[in-house]
Ligand binder design. Structure first.
Ligand SMILES: *Cc1c(COP(=O)(O)O)cnc(C)c1O
Length: 350
């Protein structure tokens, strides 16, 4: 069973006007498809795809890193990074609620022999410097070797502050660990923190950035970091089956997204605020919002009938209980958002 699948079936035969399940549902628009159609391509496993080479170099430069590597997914990007940082028997400290711990089938452990040590998240979604320091293993044959700290930003929609991120990263570095940042929604974080990409990426040794979430590309993630680490990750990408040939059609979508779609993330954040305010005004449950995500917890038992009623009106939400995650993205404009808010009001009589 897949926690995200199936909901679209609720809208069977109806026009889907607003899909709030995730920002991964964004479809490439006409301009992006044109960029893909016009992409110059070559064999990227041979290093000969010009679009891929440009994407890797441009994003590395934008984040202040030496090199980049294009991978098919964020999951493979994080996995290749963790395998490049750690040897079998090493340990990575991870936030207990982070994607690398909960939603990647523990690939780093299963495929890489890397132990994962989860530490609790702070209220703001970061990990406390003391928790990191406390999780570092002593140099003792009874223990794995602590090698890496994995951070995530944004996490559950929350943009973790630069100060909190720096404190955790410093605690890791003081203990000789490297730092990887899962930046699946890196540009949402940069937008919310009003910082530069370098400000955030500079706190980590490596960072993975998804192109297929709010940025709207159909697939792909870029891992950036020091050249020597990226060289190792390139071999690992091939080993993991992620070496793609004429990948320039995808890289062109990613370059287009990075050039054209970053500014629009602020609109997604604004629309999430508007949706949160509309839901709060209904008084039908608790509401939280951060960047492009709204978390709505209706009264017990009210979620399933709500999802069904919304689907009748072409508004699709994830059937997660008790808290619904509603995600704004570039395929939801102000008109679609208004229709979604009307659908919620119609159901709750607001
Ligand atoms: C989506 C996501 C990933 C993985 O991306 P995929 O492309 O779906 O594999 C990793 N980390 C976080 C925080 C994510 O939200």
């Amino acid at each position: 069973m897949n926690q995200y699948a199936g909901a679209e079936g609720l809208a069977r035969g109806r026009n889907v006007i607003c899909d709030l399940r995730s920002d991964t549902v964004t479809r490439p628009d006409a301009e992006m498809r044109r960029a893909m159609a016009e992409a110059e391509v070559g064999d990227d496993v041979y290093g000969e795809d010009p679009e891929v080479n440009l994407l890797e170099a441009e994003l590395a430069e934008r984040l202040g890193k030496e090199a980049g590597l294009f991978l098919p997914s964020g999951t493979m990007s994080n996995l290749a990074a963790m395998l490049a940082h750690c040897a079998r028997g090493d340990e990575a400290i991870v936030g207990a609620g982070y994607h690398v711990f909960l939603h990647e089938a523990r690939g780093a452990s299963v495929l890489g022999g890397i132990a994962l040590s989860p530490v609790p998240l702070t209220d703001s979604g970061g990990v406390a410097a003391e928790a990191v320091a406390g999780a570092v293993q002593p140099d003792d044959p009874h223990c794995p070797v602590s090698r890496l700290l994995c951070l995530e930003n944004t996490t559950g929609g929350r943009a973790v502050s630069l100060a909190e991120t720096r404190a955790a990263a410093d605690a890791a570095r003081d203990a000789g660990l490297a730092v990887h940042l899962d930046g699946a929604r890196f540009f949402n974080a940069v937008t919310a923190l009003s910082c530069t990409p370098e400000d955030l990426a500079g706190l980590a040794d490596s960072a993975s950035v998804c192109l297929s979430k709010g940025l709207g590309a159909p697939a792909g993630s870029v891992l950036v970091g020091p050249s020597e680490l990226i060289d190792r990750a390139r071999r690992l990408r091939k080993m993991l089956g992620g070496g793609m040939r004429q990948a320039g059609v995808l890289a062109a979508a990613g370059r287009h997204a990075l050039a054209r779609n970053v500014a629009g993330l602020a609109d997604d954040h604004r629309r999430a605020e508007a949706l949160a305010a509309a839901l709060a005004a209904l008084g039908a449950g608790s509401v939280q919002q951060a960047t492009n995500m709204v978390f709505f917890t209706p009264e017990a038992g009210a979620g399933a009938p709500l999802s069904a009623a919304l689907a009748e009106l072409g508004v699709i939400v994830s059937p997660q209980a008790p808290t619904m995650r509603l995600v704004l993205h570039r395929d939801i404009d102000d008109i679609a958002l208004d229709l979604a808010m009307d659908a919620f009001r119609a159901h709750f009589g607001g």
